[in-house]
Design a binder for this molecule. Sequence first.
Ligand SMILES: Cc1ncc(COP(=O)(O)O)c(C=O)c1O
Length: 418
Amino acid sequence: MNSLPTADAALAAAPAPPVDGPPIDVAAERRRTTGSTLASHFNAAGAALPTHGVVAAIVEHLRLEETKGGYEAAAERRGRLDDVYASAATLIGAESTEIALFDSASTGLRVMLDALRPQRGQRIVASSSTYVSHALHLMSLAREQGIDLVIAPYDERRRVDIAALEALLSDGVPSIVTVAHVPTSSGLVEPAAQIGEVVRRYGGTYILDATQSVGHLSVDVEEIGCDILVTTGRKFLRAPRGTGFAYVRDTLQDRLLPTAPDVRGARWTSSASWELDASARRYETWEGAVAARLGLGVALDEAIARGIPSTAQWLVAAGERLRAGLAGLDGVAVADPPGTRSAIVTFVIDGVAPADAVVELARRGVRVVSVPATHGQWDLGDRGVPSVVRASPHVYNDEADLAALVDGVAAIAAGVTR
Ligand SMILES: Cc1ncc(COP(=O)(O)O)c(C=O)c1O
């Protein structure tokens, strides 16, 4: 550590609250996470570090494919592949028949939105926290199919304004409401369950993009009341890249038809007929990265075993401590909306472009990213913020990591280069 104001004092000013449930064992998490010992990795919101168990499951399956062939290897692991659905369902309070596996959240969002067949006369209400790829899809639908696209009204904390949403939906126009639980561009947490209650009252369909919240915060589809939930594997779940899953409420299954049924989810029964699988597998494709899916299964089981309430408390406390540490530095401004409580921390440094700060921190062994307004025009663009630095801890980040980040930012803000 350098001689600049240390992180310790600022971090100590915001002590972590007590944890209900088994405490997080950071030392044990680091022992099973090779990458955590090589650098201070603060990019869980991009792609978190996987554990040895996740990596072993992937490698083991690739070895099996090497010796047996891909189809034969998958057949041998059919039981474990089925367990992935059960684990995903357990994590979010769903049934395994309500789970479909995808290669990413963006694919899941696209397939599910298309399956809803939005039409002229319908309205899509999207939160200002909407992710770029989903927003581009929504805007394309609005432009090409004449669907009314409305950005959800938000309050002074940039969260969906519940009263204003209610006023909007009360006109009776059939609506799809789509919300990013936690955005890519700040630590904001949308009031997902309150939104669910309003959408249900007015008969709308509710899509929750939980890409940044599953594995990070408690996410229960019954409590939230969403009809569709989509997430990715590689972020707070610590699963491999190229994985993701969606939840579709079982009562919706018959109303939602994949626009391009695949041999995985449909049976071609005669020259002009086909039957869709009764479960959410109707949205899947035959081809997929089996090894990565098995890695996803291990990551899901590890997240469940660690305990989501404990993980969420630990992560939120780490986010708060970082925010407190950064806010205490001269020339540094935390960019998250007021009252933010999550493990995504965004900030700007006076006179330093976020992309340059990322490079400088990387030189110090601290990994963060910059998020430009082009990834969230309805949020960063709307706030007039061209770009932010984003730091997102996970349970493998120890005190030395937190201090390295705050000290590194302090040095950059003070114009100290190595
Ligand atoms: C809120 C949010 N939604 C969706 C996505 C897209 O996820 P994927 O890259 O897995 O498609 C991201 C990626 O950063 C995200 O942050």
